[in-house]
Design a protein. Sequence first.
Length: 182
Amino acid sequence: MLRFFSTFFFLVLTFNANAEIKEKIIQNLKNTKNLNFKFEQNTNGKIENGNCTIEYPKKIYCEYARSNNKILVSNGKSLVIKTITSYYLYSLEKTPLNIILDKNFLIKKINSLDERIIDNKLINFTLIENNNEISVFFDKETYDLIGWQNTDMYQNFNITFLSSIKKNRVLSKNLFKLPSQN
């Protein structure tokens, strides 16, 4: 009987600790209007890095380092990837970023998912939506979003790590304006 109560007590403590972690992540997301960060992106072994700003809901602006002046911009509806020689326009809805940039959707999903703790440092949730599987990662100490991994529309496997995260900064109103094609 003592073994039963010990096991039950341990499970209750574990459940409460996990519920507390999930609630802190959700509260942190609710309190975040925007994020500015450095990133490193690995796409099928090709490493790119730069700086990004996310403004919820669904806006992002990224400048890539050392790469044909590559930028990625979403105004909340469309996504543009532009370099010196190319210009790609996508409906944001058809990309995995549509999910990653929607904090209300993330909150709803996190509420209903079980988290996985990795190396006692990262908290991972795996979302499956519209045939997209996206793993999002949060820091166990700060509860900040620190990365994601997914397969893009061209079946490329992407891993994105965030660092030097700054939240709720004053942003330029024109930051998320889609660039022209010229």
